[in-house]
Design a protein around this ligand. Sequence first.
Ligand code: NAD
Length: 493
Amino acid sequence: MPLRPDASTDLLIDGTLVPAASGATFATFNPATEEPIGRAADGGGDDMDAAIRAARRAFDTTGWSGDHAFRARCLRQLRDGLQRHVEELREVTIAEAGAPALLTAGPQLEGPVADLGYFADLAESYRWSTDLGPATPMGIPTRRTLLREAAGVVAAITPWNFPHQITLAKIGPALAAGCTAVLKPAPDTPWCAALVGRIAAEETDLPPGVLGVVTSSDHGVGAQLAADPRVDVVSFTGSSATGRAVMVAASENLTKVFLELGGKSAFVVLDCLDADRLRAACATAAFTVATHAGQGCAITTRLLVPRHRLDEATAATAAALTGLPPGDPADPGTVCGPLISERQRERVESYLALAVEEGGTVVCGGRRPPGRERGCFLEPTLIAGLDNTARAAREEIFGPVLAIIPHDGDDDAVRIANDSPYGLSGAVWGDDPARVDRVVRGVRTGTLGVNGGLWYSPDVPFGGYKQSGIGREMGVAGFEEYLETKAVAYAER
Ligand code: NAD
């Protein structure tokens, strides 16, 4: 039977698909048309309370956290169920998140679904206990063992921009580790999360309470989840401002937090590139910032180029950006879809106005595309003439906006790249391996692509330095975020 979102079954609480206890629903919009596409259950405080209670009970009173093989089986069932419904999920992801269809073949959908298999494998292959061997601390002959155990109930709070990637990169490792989880998705993308909950309920053996999903229009329901003392780990992805609020709320109970936050990543071009390679670097930077209308935390939004090649780099980047006009995300050729909402478009436009006030120039783009009456589209934009002290060059805009900034050599490029409160991602292009290596080691950031290399894979930990976050998602490091360590000392007789 085809999978259709339905507000009367959007919430997953204690193994049952239910409407909001209040019966409330809210509209979800298509940012490419600005039309409502339907309604989602508007979960409230009571629903969240029930979901947390069920997750706590499932963790404390069932064998879930100790049965690694069963968890691996459930995760593979979830992967297989999502794959069976991939076309329905694709349609909803394009409609709700404005995600370009081409990205749904990768990180917007099919990639993270397949990656559940990686976490299932980890549940089976992970070394859950390590023998540290004998020792005689304070003269007592002792054999020491380290046990790795599930951390408990996980609060998974997610944004709208890559709804499946972020949801599954939390739920996958959390469940593989033996935790139970309550997912609170962004109000902009409730259906994406509700469909994952539906498939989990109907097509897997996940026991009741192991996974809860509470869609809501109310950010306060997320705040409630972060502050609940029954939660053991808050796993949050979103803006740095909200991350701060989450950390404050969690601190009341000294709950462990894992934060994936914003970014203002640098794309560093070294002057050892010849003209063709410099053009290729600039085209890559342009493609990156146009992708999903720049709504990715790890997108490089500052292009640092050698000062003496600024004109050449500006022309190449502008030409590439102009070739990536915004378009219907359902069209397989579209790279730059809409911004998520009119509010977000206005926010991006206010940054463009600020950039001009700060002395910058809009080299290309910056307009609502002529002839497109509907949809939150904005042309990919190149800003020149700012230095790294300008707010438009420092703050996360979350739109298709690239600031091109000159540097005076490799050390200066590293200095500018690091002159940011963020440290999430970045790129380096250069043909001299020793110089590239110095820059790679100098930039303080969680991921870096060199000459077009892509770090996105299930076994690669992703996360930020500085105000871009705390902890890592994906890879073994991401899995271990959901574990505790217990050291056991046996007296030798
Ligand atoms: P947001 O911070 O507004 O919201 C994220 C989630 O937090 C939503 O589910 C929201 O309902 C919830 N929320 C809001 N207030 C809360 C509170 N006080 N307590 C608990 N939960 C609360 O972010 P957004 O606008 O949905 O997404 C865009 C932001 O996410 C950007 O800043 C982007 O950089 C960031 N992001 C980061 C990563 C990463 O991995 N580093 C990935 C994607 C997006």
